[in-house]
Design a binder for this molecule. Structure first.
Ligand SMILES: [Zn+2]
Length: 404
């Protein structure tokens, strides 16, 4: 009986997929996200990251604009409006809760992440954070615009624009595309993504342009794609269907598949009401409003582990004070039995150390300690990569740790 049910689900999925494909190619107007759902860390997060200090989480962004005509060469004003949109969406104190079905009010959460145009380039020179490259290639942003498996838009050699250090900058490429995809992003922790890590957007969906008619004119495609970049999935997961753990977030209800277009009154699938206006759904820009606590936890876990260098790269503003990194003497730690962690702190500063595994589980912690060096004896942990987080006063610092 169970097999029959699964088979039925698959048939429905295939039929629905075809209907969706046809409607997209016929109208070319639905949102379509090209982000691949092949997460390396496909595990739910068990630890809440909300207790970590989230002040001053600021991500430097560099835009690579590939243009072949004046329309595609987006103005700085438009790019700044896009930065404003993501700053608003990731920091809204009252995320239009009135527009939400009542039962979801309490699940809404604010990431508290800010974004800026990078003001320092990888060579230490000042920059406006926008790179402009003229191209004669049509639809350079198409996902299949590749040479030997390398995506053209992301390679200066191939006529695109190569990424700035992906650990220190969020790279966003903008160009023309006609592959029915509004945007695509890479997930964190994919070892093959060092040169290609980042987000690609159709130039038509960039910026806040309420005066222009369109369904993706408010800049929310980037809001959605950045969440993928921070390890958040579509609410229905890797494929359509009613699966438990679909998006590995407990506070988003099971959802069969994406919702497109305008907001409806209330929609349900898989036996429960759905969050069709969650930023990770596919509604039009004016029908996407919020993230949930579980989604924000995934973002925080990413920013305090695999993407930790992003929030300490200090390329947002050269005027920004440079906090000393107390773990600077230990850029990559390898812990064996009884090793000491050198800490660059004042002798009377209290701190806490936490150790997380890559699935976000806290495996060890110690409370206040007043030593300059902290000795960790054999913790009985298996050989693996862990993330060490040092909390000191209002700041948190993290390093990858290899335990042998
Ligand atoms: Zn998506």
């Amino acid at each position: 009986m169970r097999e029959v049910n699964l088979y039925t689900v698959k048939i429905v999925y295939i039929v629905l997929s075809c209907i969706i494909c046809l409607s997209v190619s016929a109208q070319q107007t639905e949102r379509s996200c090209g982000t691949r759902h092949i997460p390396v860390n496909a595990e739910p997060i068990h630890e809440t990251f909300s207790s970590l200090n989230r002040d001053n989480i600021e991500i430097p962004v560099v835009f690579h604009i590939l243009y072949s005509n004046e329309d595609q060469d987006l103005s700085e004003e438009l790019i700044l409006s896009q930065i404003e949109v993501i700053n608003r969406d990731y920091n809204q104190k009252d995320p239009l809760v009135k527009r939400l079905p009542g039962k979801f009010d309490k699940k809404v959460s604010t990431p508290g992440i800010s974004f800026c145009l990078a003001s320092v380039d990888p060579f230490g020179n000042s920059t406006d954070g926008i790179i402009r490259v003229n191209t004669s290639m049509n639809n350079i942003a198409n996902a299949d615009q590749q040479v030997n498996g390398e995506r053209v838009i992301k390679s200066s050699e191939l006529g695109g624009s190569s990424a700035w250090d992906h650990e220190l900058y969020l790279n966003i490429w903008i160009g023309a595309r006609n592959d029915d995809i509004t945007g695509d992003a890479t997930f964190p922790d994919d070892p093959e993504e060092t040169e290609t890590d980042g987000i690609v957007l159709d130039y038509n969906v960039v910026g806040f342009r309420p005066e222009v008619e369109g369904r993706f004119n408010l800049g929310r495609t980037l809001t959605h794609e950045i969440a993928h970049y921070l390890n958040v999935y579509h609410p229905y997961g890797a494929e359509t269907g009613c699966f438990n753990d679909d998006d590995l977030v407990e506070d988003t209800p099971n959802q069969f598949g994406p919702y497109y277009g305008k907001c409806d009154e209330e929609v349900s699938s898989c036996g429960s009401q759905d969050m069709d206006t969650n930023f990770m759904n596919f509604r039009d820009d004016d029908c996407l409003f919020y993230f949930t606590e579980g989604q924000v936890d995934r973002m925080m876990q990413t920013l305090f582990s695999t993407r930790y260098k992003l929030i300490s790269s200090q390329t947002c503003s050269d005027a920004r004070p440079t906090p000393s990194d107390p773990l600077k003497f230990a850029p990559i730690l390898t812990l064996t039995q009884g090793i000491e962690i050198p800490l660059d702190i004042l002798s009377n500063q209290e701190y806490k150390l936490h150790l997380y595994d890559t699935a976000g589980r806290k495996v060890w912690q110690t409370d206040s300690n007043l030593e300059h060096r902290y000795s960790i004896s054999n913790l009985g942990l298996g050989s693996n990569i862990y993330i060490l987080i040092l909390e000191i006063e209002d700041e948190a610092f993290s390093r990858k740790v290899f335990i042998n």
